[in-house]
Write a protein that binds this ligand. Sequence first.
Ligand code: PEP
Ligand code: MG
Length: 896
Amino acid sequence: MSGVPHKQVFAFQEGHAQMLHLLGGKGANLAEMVRLGLPVPPGFTVTTEACRDFYEQGGQTTEELRGQIAAALKRLELEKGQVFGDSCNPLLVSVRSGSVTSMPGMMDTVLNLGLNDATVEGLANHTHNARFAYDCYRRFIQMYGNVVLNIEGFHFERLLHELKQQEGTELDQAITVEGWQRLIASYKACILQKTGRVFPQDVNEQLYLAVEAVFRSWHNPRAQIYRKVHQIPDHQGTAVNIQSMVFGNMGDDSGTGVIFSRNPSNGENVLFGEYLVNAQGEDVVAGVRTPMPIAALENEMPAVYNHLYSVAKQLERHYKDMQDIEFTVENGKLYLLQTRSGKRNAQAAMKIAVDLVSEGSISKEDSLRRIEVSHLDQLLHRGMDESKITQVLATGLPASPGAATGQVVFDADTAVEWNRMGKRVILARQETTPEDIHGMIASEGVLTSRGGMTSHAAVVARGMGTPCICGCEGIQFMEKEKAMQIAGHVLKEGDWVTLDGTTGRVIEGSIPLREAEMTPELTQMLEWADEIRTLQVYTNADNPKDAETARRFGAEGIGLCRTEHMFFAPERLPVVQQMILADNIGERNRALTQLLPMQQADFEGIFRNMDGLPVTIRLLDPPLHEFLPNIEELLRQLSQLNGEDPETPAKKKELQVLIRKVRLLHETNPMLGQRGCRLGIVYPEIYDMQIEAIFLAADTCMAEGIDVRPELMVPLVGHAAELQLIRGRIEEIAKRILGAEKSKVLAYKVGTMIEVPRAALTAKQIVQYADFFSFGTNDLTQMTFGYSRDDAEGKFLTRYLDQKLLPQNPFQVLDTDGVGQLIEMAVAGGRTVKPSLKTGICGEHGGDKASILFCQRTGLNYVSCSPFRVPLARIAAAQAQLEVKAAEERTPAAVL
Ligand code: PEP
Ligand code: MG
């Protein structure tokens, strides 16, 4: 590097909250708290830029950076009146990571740095507390050994366990100073044995190596996985915060804890959290001891509690959001070590956002912007059928609400492996550590026997929206047997268990889950979203029940009714097969006559449930062979016919005919073969039956006084002539069934899917015969990329995503660069001919936030998604409108 050195170290008093990208979340907020005059132990932050430089230099800190750290340390010594490495009154520091986006527990921390054989004596003398000083020293060696020297934690845990056995106690607090000294000696011996080097006594070396270790921890496997899941960019890097130590382990008037300014599980406006007396920070988060609820602090240390309460409220007002605050009490004095926006589950997020609006803290628009739409999805899926509960085995802490059922496994790797095999799993552990992150992701729910509401398992599970029960002390793990004992029951690996993360109940067996009800806060938020959004939200529903559910969730119409789903019902499939395999038109018509009343009844049910709203019915789309028996299965049956059976010759003939017909219908590329409108053109009688069923149903429902608004949709059109032909038939059948009068009263529409690239390219021609365009982005993606959607996800697409060749799965998040261009082109083309052309999207992307934003930008009229995603889409549509509006305000229209 050349030129003027960059400032890469900032004292807390030099920073502020807006410096998030440079100082990381922790550093920026520590600086902001200093600006607010809150009690923060002094310190400084090494920037994220320094971390990026570190990697550019091949994993080395520069002389320049070391110089800046040394200068900042000098100023800290002056401020504290202590000297780093001094044997009388040593300055001790913590070294903590702090990335731009919070990644709880994913990177490393070292506490009590600056201790060595001499300074520990100084600390003991200065505090008149040798036991405390040696407790700090053994903690430091353990953390340093683990984080900086890469010695696995269990080596230290084992030595600590042996010491406790010798001393005949389970409790840290009961260990004597001599005990800690013996442990320190064995820790040092362990380090010498594992690394071939003595534990470093030079405090500066300790510091620089710790800073480098924190930089390196940005790339540890668990941090990488966490970033991938939460889509945090890899290049950001972490800042490092070096802060003078305050001690929560100084005795019974000291302690440490984590609080949330509101309850992160349900959003209630009460202080929520936990603390441990006579302990250091990591003890709470690690879940090693079960902490006390924060309410108990009000009795134990009332002055500290009141101070903490007022600070929490002040920070919440300042940041206009619920805060997650880490604190330490040293000899009765409160210190703040961190504040950040608290992670919360969906239910809490909704309540907090609505409450902050009614408290006048934020606007409706702000509250909507803050909603994490992916959380809504979970909110709307969870719960269980209480009447089916057989036996509650135990109750733990309700750490992350929602119900989950699955087969129990006891380690993260098995969770991943079983999940890959398609099994639903519940991960049960004594406690989780950041090493278990991949297993937690693969699990439906997480259960731990230790740790509290702010333990690793609880925090991570809440962030992911995974149901979780912590501190379920009734569980004993039987490692060798791969089993756990719980209330006298033994559950082996693979046994079914159900968790209710809302109440903390662990339930035997698999309990059916049920969808959640809408909370008043969600209803309120959705009303605000409806006031703001301009995109309409339709649903994809194929039966009256789904239509009803979607309407309850606020769907404003059906954007896609896939009629083929009605053909798969067990009592209908044989008739459908007869229709397909018919040798002549007469036989086919007989089958169609049987199918017609069934289709009509379905449509009537849907029309009734969608009274007054548009119902888009798509004519049959998939290749016919999807309804036929599997050829291999038929061949197997043929080979297994019993020669002795007198009926065999007849059966054989029947099977051979069937096999021949199925072979005749076989296609090499069925997705590009005879499907969609091609089917309707080759077998017009099939589409005719469906069209008749639609109009007969409409007629019946109109007679009942129902406001019917059918929109008939033709799939897979690639040429205007196809649509012209089918539209003609639709109009003819409508007139025949309804008569001239009624066919005018019934304001039905005829439109097309745009899902073949050629349709998008020739939109101007196609639109002549279309009242609406509905983008079938599943097929449009498949055909634009040339990826078979049935094969891509299971084969190369995962590799593409792993290698970051594609930013996202284009079947989930719309490829705006490619597929998006075709959509834009089709909308523009269609509207040059018909300016008020109705346009919408009905592929899977209709329920995806980023894709909804694209639809808003492109000026579509509606998005259509599955019933349970309707509320999510309503909020995402409002967010999209806010975003588009804000962008317009930033870039005023060019002055002509
Ligand atoms: C589509 O292609 O986007 C679509 C909605 O149709 P299907 O998924 O049924 O092919
Ligand atoms: Mg399609």
